[in-house]
Design a protein around this ligand. Structure first.
Ligand SMILES: *[C@@H]1O[C@H](CO)[C@@H](O)[C@H](O)[C@H]1NC(C)=O
Ligand SMILES: *[C@@H]1O[C@H](CO)[C@@H](O)[C@H](O)[C@H]1NC(C)=O
Length: 225
């Protein structure tokens, strides 16, 4: 960290306090559960209020509150050849307060999970079928380095929280992967849709300068989303 001996004590203490403050901010996370489970419920009538959430009365909790089948065939007939089936707290109320969720991802041959980021979650990807070219890009301070890998069946890869990442099916067959996510509600921000498909559209002067292209290119891209 730093050599506090070379600094007057007062400054060392202030610096340490700032470092501690920054660390406490960057390590902020979902609180640990205060109870065994808290199955999320919309109807408050038969619910108790625990850990800032309405939870289903534990006596009424059943196995199905913790169950969901992902034995599905995602329809990948779309522009990018992708279908993501999320299993977050929205689909599986038993995940509430447990800091974890999952996604089942179907890729058409050459299908793409376009560059995106999860604002609240690290992702752990495992390939079940097919071959994926995956990667993420580090922050500006780190020089925007690209970490990339080709994954085959049963290979895993980690995308650290917030980094922009992607997965491309480089095989001629379909591919399937599961993603484990470190939040019950990881969130997703798809870069192209966010930048070129915002509602209302971002001012074209912003986009032409940011991407160093002329208005026709921005126009074209905005029409794709
Ligand atoms: C994903 O696949 C499911 C099941 O086939 C389908 O109902 C859904 O519309 C698809 N989603 C997209 C975005 O294509
Ligand atoms: C898949 O989605 C496409 C486009 O929405 C649709 O035309 C097609 O019927 C769907 N296929 C199946 C098997 O549902």
């Amino acid at each position: 960290m730093m050599n506090s001996k070379v600094l007057p004590n007062k400054y060392a203490l202030v610096t340490l306090a700032l470092v501690a403050f920054a660390c406490s901010l960057t390590s902020a996370n979902d609180p640990s559960p205060l109870q065994d489970f808290c199955v999320a419920i919309d109807n408050h009538v038969s619910a108790v209020f625990v850990n800032e959430k309405f939870c289903k009365d534990p006596k009424l909790v059943i196995a199905d509150d913790f169950f969901r089948s992902v034995n599905i065939l995602g329809n990948t007939s779309n522009k990018v050849g992708l279908n993501v089936t999320a299993v977050t707290v929205e689909q599986l109320p038993g995940l509430n307060t447990l800091d974890i969720s999952l996604a089942h991802i179907d890729f058409a041959p050459h299908g793409l999970n376009p560059p995106h980021t999860h604002p609240r979650s690290t992702e752990f990807l495992i390939v079940i079928e097919g071959t994926l070219h995956v990667g993420f890009v580090t922050s500006n301070a780190d020089g925007n380095r690209l970490f990339t890998k080709v994954l085959n069946k049963r290979d895993v890869f980690v995308f650290p929280i917030c980094f922009i990442h992607f997965q491309l099916n480089v095989g001629n067959t379909k591919a399937v992967a599961f993603a484990g996510l470190s939040n019950q509600n990881p969130g997703v921000i798809t870069i192209a849709n966010t930048i070129f498909g915002s509602n209302p559209p971002i001012n074209q002067d912003v986009l032409t300068k940011a991407f160093q292209v002329d208005k026709n290119v921005v126009n074209y891209l905005q029409h794709q989303f």
